[in-house]
Design a protein around this ligand. Sequence first.
Ligand code: PMM
Length: 279
Amino acid sequence: MFDWSGRGGAPPDVRPAVMGVVNVTPDSFSDGGRWFGADAAVAHGLALVAAGADLLDVGGESTRPGADPVDADAEADRVLPVVARLAAESGVPVSIDTAKAEVAGAAVAAGARIVNDVTAGRDPDMFGVVARAGVGFVAMHMQGVPRTMQDAPHYDDVVGEVAAFLAARVAAAVAAGVPRAAIAVDPGIGFGKTTAHNLALLARLDVLVGSLDVPVVLGTSRKRFLGEISDSPEPVARDDATLATTVWAAELGVAVVRVHDASGAARVRALLTAVREAA
Ligand code: PMM
């Protein structure tokens, strides 16, 4: 059975674990199309591990704002060869980024050890697949669906609502047979959220870390709100801003950061570890 101890559950002095992003999509917002072929995606995954990634997250359906859904067969065709090869060759646990239980099941059979679901188990078969396979699960918060989620996101209390949603999804997963130790949560930065919502969630990561009793995963990497604040219109120019959020998140106890630039996050982690050891 997968559990987060030793990775997301690692002691605070070696956090955060670095989850490297491998998008096998023609249209992801920051790197869509770059690693679209299986060979290129595998090579990219191996390079992320060489640069310091502790986990790899493979996705075949873009969730950028406005993105159209992909059917399960097309998504599986994209990701399965990449998952199988990275599971065999990378030496780190591979996560499958999917909201479809069918794709999750096939990916797990191909060697994935974690299911990262941006809908936190909306597919009624998802928890069953995860429980039967004994794999890890990341439950992420999203308001709405990618196609329309940025149209007019609204919350009365974004931190409280996201925390309550994630607590409810953890409870639902546990009730469906997923061990608590296998579950992590993610506030879903940029998923049905304005810049102000994203900043409020970052500011109060301590609420998620302190109240849910499961590891917290965070994905800020190259997202639009960072471009807005750091005046970097191009996603690849947002790695510095991403690193700033990694330092912040690490200090608030986030267990895993999901990033495109594994090397930067690993170097930040090494520095934070050295400073903590000197304290
Ligand atoms: N962001 C994206 C995709 N999957 N999964 C989790 N758990 N958290 C995230 O923040 C997240 C995710 C979108 O980013 P990408 O297009 O660069 O993969």
